[in-house]
Design a protein around this ligand. Structure first.
Ligand code: GTP
Ligand code: MG
Ligand code: ZN
Length: 330
C-alpha cells in the first residue's frame, strides 16, 4: 500500500489542528512517545478498542491523539493513519530506506542474513543501502563484501573504527553527507545484534546517546538496543504528502537470525524478483515456471556460470528457496 495524501488529511469535523497529529517515535510496555507535528512530545496510550478491532500500532506510524484531560492521565492515540511500508524485522512502519549493516568481523559476517534483509527491503519497495562495519577488524574481508554488493548495484558504505577513540578514516562522514543529500522521511538501521548500529548512529548524530537496555536476559551485550527509536535528523520542506515535518533515522534492536518460515515476509513465488541481480535474466529462462535451481536452459544459472551473478548470491537464493519451500510445501 502506498501513501495517498487524501487518506491522511484530518477529517473536517474532527479537530483539524495539526497539533493532534504526530509520529510514534518509540514505545515502552504499550505506551508510545509521539512527536507531534508542532514539535511537542507526548506520551500516549492506544485506545482500548484497538485490541478488539484489529488495529495494530507500530513505531513509525502516523497517529492522531487526544491530549491528556484536565484530570491528568495520559494522552490517548485515537487513530492510526494509513501505513506505507510495514516491517516485521525490525518492527517499524513507514520506512523508506533500510541501512543493512553487516560487520566484517565480530560478529562473524553471514551473507545469508544480509541477503534476506535485502530481499525483505526489495519486496516492500524500500530502498536498501549496504553498510559494512568494523572494517578495522578485517579490512580485506570488508572490501570484498563491499565489492560484491557494489557489483549488484547497491549503494555501499564501509565504516571503520567507529566509536573508538580517535576514529581514523571511515565511511561515517561520507554516509552522513549522503543521507543529507538524499533525504527520506524514515531511514532505519537493520542488522544482527552487535554489528554497531547504535554506535554508528551516535557517531553520525552525537546528540543521540544510544538507548541501552538492562543486562541482556539472553546473555547479549549490555548495550543491546531493546526498542525501535526514531531520531529526528532533519526537517522537511514539502509536507503535502501528510507524512509530517520531520526526517528520522531509526535505531532498531538487533536479532540473531531471520527465519523466513516464521512470518509472512514474502511468498516463494516472489523470491526471484527480490534479487536485483537476477532481474535482467528472469525473462530469458526457457520455462516460465523456472525455479532457477537446476532447471534446463536457466538464464540465471548461465549468468552465475559466466560470473555475471555472484555464486554466493545464488547460494543465498537456494537457502531462502529451501526455507520458503519447507514453509509452503507443494
Ligand atoms: N572495532 C570496532 N568495533 C565497533 C565498531 N562499531 C561498533 N563497535 C563495537 O561493537 C559493539 C556493538 O556495538 P553496538 O553499536 O552496540 O551494536 P548494535 O548493532 O547497536 O547492537 P544491538 O543493539 O544489540 O543490535 C560495541 O562494543 C562497539 O563499541 C567499529 O567500527 N569497529
Ligand atoms: Mg544497538
Ligand atoms: Zn531460471
Amino acid at each position: 500500500m502506498k501513501f495517498n495524501s487524501s487518506d491522511i488529511r484530518p477529517d473536517k469535523n474532527i479537530n483539524a489542528e495539526s497539533s493532534l497529529i504526530g509520529t510514534a517515535v518509540t514505545s515502552v510496555e504499550g505506551s508510545y512517545t509521539v512527536l507531534l507535528d508542532n514539535s511537542e512530545r507526548t506520551e500516549a496510550v492506544p485506545r482500548g478498542v484497538f485490541r478488539h478491532d484489529g488495529t495494530t500500532l507500530l513505531v513509525g506510524d502516523r497517529v492522531k491523539i487526544e491530549p491528556a484531560g484536565e484530570s491528568g492521565g495520559k494522552a490517548v492515540i485515537v487513530e492510526v493513519l494509513p501505513r506505507g511500508t510495514e516491517l516485521i524485522r525490525p518492527p517499524v512502519s513507514n520506512v523508506d530506506r533500510l541501512l543493512i549493516m553487516t560487520a566484517a568481523a565480530r560478529p562473524r559476517p553471514l551473507q545469508l542474513t544480509a541477503d534476506k534483509l535485502l530481499s525483505i527491503a526489495e519486496h516492500n519497495g524500500i530502498e536498501p543501502v549496504i553498510i559494512i562495519s568494523k572494517a578495522d577488524l578485517a579490512p580485506k574481508r570488508a572490501e570484498e563484501m563491499a565489492e560484491l554488493y557494489r557489483k549488484v548495484g547497491y549503494t555501499v558504505f564501509v565504516t571503520s573504527g567507529v566509536g573508538s577513540a580517535g576514529a581514523g578514516a571511515d565511511g561515517a562522514a561520507e554516509l552522513k553527507k549522503w543521507l543529507t543529500e538524499n533525504p527520506k522521511v524514515i531511514t532505519a538501521f537493520a542488522g544482527v545484534s552487535g554489528v554497531g548500529k547504535s554506535t554508528l548512529l551516535h557517531a553520525l548524530f552525537p546528540q543521540y546517546e544510544p538507548r541501552r537496555g538492562a543486562v541482556g536476559r539472553q546473555g547479549r551485550g549490555r548495550h543491546t538496543t531493546r526498542e525501535v527509536t526514531l531520531h529526528k535528523i532533519g526537517k522537511r520542506k514539502d509536507i503535502s504528502d501528510g507524512r509530517g515535518p520531520y526526517e528520522f533515522l531509526a535505531d532498531t534492536p538487533g536479532f540473531s537470525l531471520i527465519d523466513l518460515r516464521r512470518f509472512d515476509f514474502f511468498e516463494l513465488s516472489d523470491l526471484p524478483y527480490t534479487f536485483r541481480d537476477f532481474l535482467p535474466y528472469l525473462p530469458e529462462c526457457r520455462y516460465t515456471d523456472c525455479r532457477h535451481l537446476r532447471d534446463e536452459d536457466c538464464a540465471v544459472l548461465a549468468a552465475v556460470a559466466e560470473g555475471k551473478i555472484a555464486a554466493s548470491r545464488h547460494e543465498s537464493y537456494k537457502a531462502m528457496y529451501e526455507e520458503l519451500e519447507s514453509k509452503n510445501p507443494y
